[in-house]
Ligand binder design. Sequence first.
Ligand code: GLU
Length: 281
Amino acid sequence: MSKPLLRFAPSPNGRLHLGHALSALITWRAADLLGGTAHLRIEDIDTNRCKPEFTAAIFEDLHWLGLSWPEPVMHQSDRFEIYMDAANRLRAMDLLYPCFCSRTDIAAHASEPDPEGAPLYPGTCRHLSNAERIERLERGDPVQFRLDVEAALEMTRSLSFSVIGPTILDRPQIRYARPQRWGDVVLQRKDIPTSYHLSVVIDDAAQGVTHVTRGRDMEAATDIHVLLQMLLGLPTPYYHFHRLLLDDSGQKLSKSKGSQTLADLRAQGATAEQVRRQLGF
Ligand code: GLU
């Protein structure tokens, strides 16, 4: 096998908090234990929410924690054309279709939730005629492109992948992906010609990532990634899902809930040593 290569892939849409520090420390320690390298990737496809000052702050916070990585750092915002090429390959396979639904339309027609509790897309626009699609595209209606998951599954063999855990040195366990529980996922958003799912699989392959370390909150989404890897002929890395840090109410720490950032802790006088110890490193 090629030399283990891992990555930490934060989005610069806010300052890093303790949950990110835990994920980063787990990744660097796993790279160490495996005799490999941890790389950094900046996941900044969302050009409205991601800001260069947050990218600079990611470098600062990770250096403060004592972590380093090979240069150059991959920035997803440099790679839109590569993602569009991949989407076009799926389009040529007849696996992408335009969807004109708003969030409200979807909520009104969904009969069940997806694994994250959001309304499951009921496949409304999969049934539009070609003439209707062309008319709406020509009219300039806001459009996103979705993967026809049923058609995609017909083209793939068994969707198995290997999960390593609870520690990174454990023996891999085979798991079967069930991407259908997400419905027809969006691969090209209304505002940008890609999506988190599409970019992440392209870049893990482009960087030669052998082991993906990510929080358990990303476990179900991995099913979509395994499907996309099969469709695009990309290798499937090993996956290691790690524990999450929860707040007092049992919720995952997050930027949107205003969890204390590493910068806040630093300003209050915490040392990197204390933060690492608090997280078990
Ligand atoms: N960029 C994603 C995030 O900040 C994580 C990337 C991944 O593990 O796929 O949540």
